[in-house]
Design a protein around this ligand. Sequence first.
Ligand code: 4AD
Ligand code: MG
Length: 436
Amino acid sequence: MSLEIPDRVLAAAANRPETVGKEVHLRGWIHRTRSSGGILFLLVKDASGQIQVTARKDLLGAEAFARAEKALVESAVEVEGTVHADPRAPGGQEVRARRVEVVHAAEVFPIFSGQTEEFLLDHRHLSIRSAEMVATFRVKAEVMRAAREYLDQSGYWEMTPPILTGNAAEGGAEAFVLDYFGTPAYLSQTAQLYLEALLFPLEKVYAFTPSFRAEKSRTPRHLTEFTHLEAELAWADLEDNLRLQEGLVAHIAQRVAEARAADLRVLGRDPKDLRAIQAPFPRMRYEEAIRILAEKGFPITFGSDLGTAEERALTQDRAGPLFVTHFPKAVKAFYMLESPHDPRTVECADLLAPEGYGEIIGGSCRETDLERLTQRLTATGARPEDYAWYLDLRRYGSVPHAGFGLGIERVVRWIARREHIRDTTPFPRTPSRVTP
Ligand code: 4AD
Ligand code: MG
């Protein structure tokens, strides 16, 4: 038997002038409750929105009224009644109930305003019901939908690379090691090496995977588990790579502005800011970036990496993203292609989000020469035999190729204007937190 009621009306649909006079059957949860003089006022919410319900003792009967009146916030209810216009009700309409059934009477809800961040994180399974969290998760879903849409339409194939892997591709010190039936293995830091393998038969590939970083960085932009969108394209140089990235990010911004305007307003983001995100994005070489930073008083020289403060200084006055290209080889990964114009640098780019949010994408052209790749790998302290399969890709029809990784939570942090990256994901994983 189905639990669906064919005539169920969602709160948002009920709370519209067009439904005035209609009979509705609601299902939802009590958001606020008060009663006075034999009338009960319930604010009932469901996934779509909310509507006020008024119930009178003489219409419900004393017993049903008493049960409804005792029901606490977050209790689940079913309501039948008629929609009336009422300027005092939130949204302008209310349901005058003939029947209120308490489906589940909640205990005292432990979440209320003024609680500490730690308490809320300990009760994350309940605090995710807040209006801001719900708006953020819908924005995040839209970001991922828009990204898939863009890549699918551009001829990319979605792949399913493994999460359990024998290679800590982004630096062994920051990989979570696990015991794989007696052999050490890692939780994936990147799907890149696998996407490079898949590139040869498919030419354009992408993947959404969880990536893991055992970094003890307690910053507002680091998680130990994040959602990684990575793409890899054959026959591509740095400019092809940047064009794909800016097209993707501009498409995400347009889609979210169009489809999630109401959620964006809940989060304090004007959809207009996102409509202004249009390709192409400006490009700045690393050397230019450090010159600007030195002028701003940063103690920075060629060879220094850009950290949170540097990225903020470069982007806080910008309204759109900025590519910083051609970083020094020494601060970037072993697989990045040495720049033909300046061998001290690599053919790479970080895409920095505006308003100080900083890096959202890291990408590069890949080294295709077997010998140079092996040398660079060895220099990181890794053993080439552990990467034999990856090195093999440079033996059988290697072609110029490039790719990138985009942190979905980083993008949502920017778009949804969240102070801390943990508020872009329902159950954040940080150095001090693995539950709930
Ligand atoms: O710059 P990263 O480390 O690059 C790679 O992993 C490449 N192998 C990707 C590729 O070319 N296929 O990570 C890519 C992006 C960063 O720009 C950032 O957005 C996100 O992943 N990211 C994190 N997000 C949240 N928490 C962390 N600890 C993150 N580390 C990286
Ligand atoms: Mg990076």
